[in-house]
Design a protein around this ligand. Structure first.
Ligand SMILES: Cc1cc2nc3c(=O)[nH]c(=O)nc-3n(C[C@H](O)[C@H](O)[C@H](O)COP(=O)(O)OP(=O)(O)OC[C@H]3O[C@@H](n4cnc5c(N)ncnc54)[C@H](O)[C@@H]3O)c2cc1C
Length: 475
């Protein structure tokens, strides 16, 4: 019996249309922690009918035209590193359109308004940066998932990277995108339209990003503070300086402990990194005890600053911080060395043992950051052990990045709900750089600017009135 996708196989080549169950199971979820522990039955309700991997933009356009003719839903996917379920198929018999093969386009353009790179949407961050570095250029966007995420995914989630205090998010570096639309056309489009649109308005095939000369050197600094209030005053002053640090992060004492930032010595590894799976699960099943000992893990908020040398910039060292102790360059150097580190196998083990570890990217203006930190950590207390850091600072505010860990799916969900509700109550925004996906859909009105939502809705009705592109997301 011929497959319903045999025409696609003829158009793209049979190896680019994958229908075997093991592959489809892999594409039934992304890196959303709530989906990591899904059973086979739970995965089955998100199983795509096929995974399509076109080689180029013409292939992407052909898939969209074919899907429109069949009324078939299409879920665009980059590297699947999204942590909120944005690439999880919601409609039965969807196609997953894996664009990670779109890697050929790579062009540096030295334009009058600054240098840019035009690149394929499937290029992984680390590959793109390596190609730029080989020519003396560099990106300005470095998410922690640099090795596991693609340019198209960055745009579709409105991503922010670790150097955002200096360079902003991908939104600040993006000049235009090229996208395939449901009618099978390919167009260069206004970048804003696709920023954070989670693949609901088109499939990005190329993007043009601003770049800069590769940094010649870096200066590393770290300070310890007895209280968040003093640390925030210091961070605010650092952000307003010209130039601001490229990296500015403020860790609560527990988060600093887990990242090994209390130590002056750069090479010392994080104490928790040596915990075996068994120790981890024992710890997470006893969050009351963990909370009781947490004051022993450390007492200082740790602020990590990294300045990058550029032609004409000689400065860097921040003025001595009042009410702070200098920790020297060690913690910041250590942070830099481990900036992309995440032990995925370890995280999977946490879920296999019935425990959970998850993160939330909340945002608030400067004057509400302290209250947001206190309120959210208090709200999740009955359900999870929690700690936090602040990052992605700018003139308006910062992202409060909360980690929750504990035991049992019930508490996992309850911790999420409690954190989101506390954030809304305290006047924060429930998202900063992870997007909305499925996890934050119930709180979408506190995630998206209503003006954008209206614009997107109008555009969606024009170009995808049957709702075939990533259905079940954003609206
Ligand atoms: C360990 C870890 C660290 C992370 N660190 C960061 C971080 O520092 N900063 C940050 O912002 N995020 C971070 N993330 C989240 C994630 O990496 C980002 O959201 C990333 O931008 C997703 O890219 P992706 O290619 O994996 O997209 P996917 O997960 O494949 O897709 C994400 C969304 O984008 C859509 N999409 C993907 N490609 C396209 C395309 N070509 N056209 C249209 N729509 C498309 C999908 O439909 C989906 O809605 C992290 C995730 C992990 C697991």
């Amino acid at each position: 019996m011929s497959s319903p996708f045999s025409e696609l196989g003829r158009l793209l080549g049979p190896a680019r249309v994958i229908e075997d169950e093991p592959t489809r199971l892999l594409y039934a979820r992304d890196s959303w922690p709530q989906a990591i522990g899904w059973t086979r039955e739970e995965l089955a309700s998100h199983l795509p009918a096929a995974v399509i991997r076109p080689r180029d933009e013409k292939g992407v356009a052909a898939v969209l035209a074919w899907a429109a003719s069949q009324g078939c839903a299409v879920v665009p996917r980059g590297a699947g590193s999204g942590v909120l379920g944005a690439a999880v198929p919601q409609r039965p018999k969807s196609l997953v359109l894996d664009v990670s093969g779109l890697t050929e386009t790579f062009r540096v353009e030295d334009r009058p308004d600054g240098p840019t790179v035009v690149c394929g949407a499937g290029l992984r961050g680390s590959d793109l940066e390596a190609r730029l570095q080989a020519r003396g250029w560099s990106l300005m966007h470095f998410p922690q998932s640099m090795e596991d995420s693609c340019v198209g995914g960055w745009v579709a989630t409105d991503s922010f990277g670790q150097l955002s205090t200096r360079y902003g998010g991908v939104r600040d570096q993006l000049r235009w995108v090229k996208a395939a639309l449901p009618d099978g056309s390919l167009r260069a489009e206004q970048a804003d339209l696709h920023l954070g649109a989670e693949g609901t308005l088109g499939v990005i095939t190329e993007a043009s990003l601003r770049i800069r000369p590769a940094a010649a050197g870096r200066q590393f600094h770290a300070w310890g503070f007895g209280a968040l209030e003093a640390a925030l005053d210091f961070a605010r002053a650092a952000v307003s300086a010209k130039p601001p640090p490229s990296v500015l992060r403020l860790y609560c004492p527990v988060d600093a402990f887990f990242n090994g930032l209390h130590h002056r010595h750069a090479a010392r590894s994080s104490p928790a990194s040596s915990w075996t799976g068994a120790v981890q699960s024992i710890v997470l099943k006893r969050i009351g005890a963990l909370r009781a000992i947490s004051p022993l893990l450390g007492r200082k908020w740790v602020c990590v600053l990294i300045y990058e040398d550029e032609p004409g910039f000689e400065g860097g060292a921040p003025a001595a911080a009042p009410r702070a102790s200098a920790l020297g360059p060690g913690p910041a150097m250590r942070w830099w060395e481990r900036r992309y580190h995440l032990d995925k196998a370890r995280l999977e083990r946490v879920f296999r043992q019935g425990c959970f570890a998850d993160t939330m990217d909340l945002w608030a203006p400067w004057d509400r950051l302290e209250a947001l930190h206190l309120g959210v950590l208090e709200a999740v207390k009955p359900h999870a052990f929690a700690f936090a850091h602040l990052s992605h600072f700018d003139a308006k505010g910062a992202c409060l990045y909360v980690t929750v860990a504990g035991h049992g799916p019930g508490d996992h969900l309850a911790a999420w709900k409690a954190a989101m509700e506390a954030c809304v109550r305290l006047g924060g925004k429930v998202n900063h750089h992870h997007g909305v996906g499925l996890a934050k859909l119930p709180w979408i009105d506190w995630a998206l600017d209503p003006r954008w939502k209206r614009l997107w809705q109008a555009e969606k009705a024009r170009r995808d009135f049957r709702g075939l592109l990533n259905p079940g997301k954003l609206w």
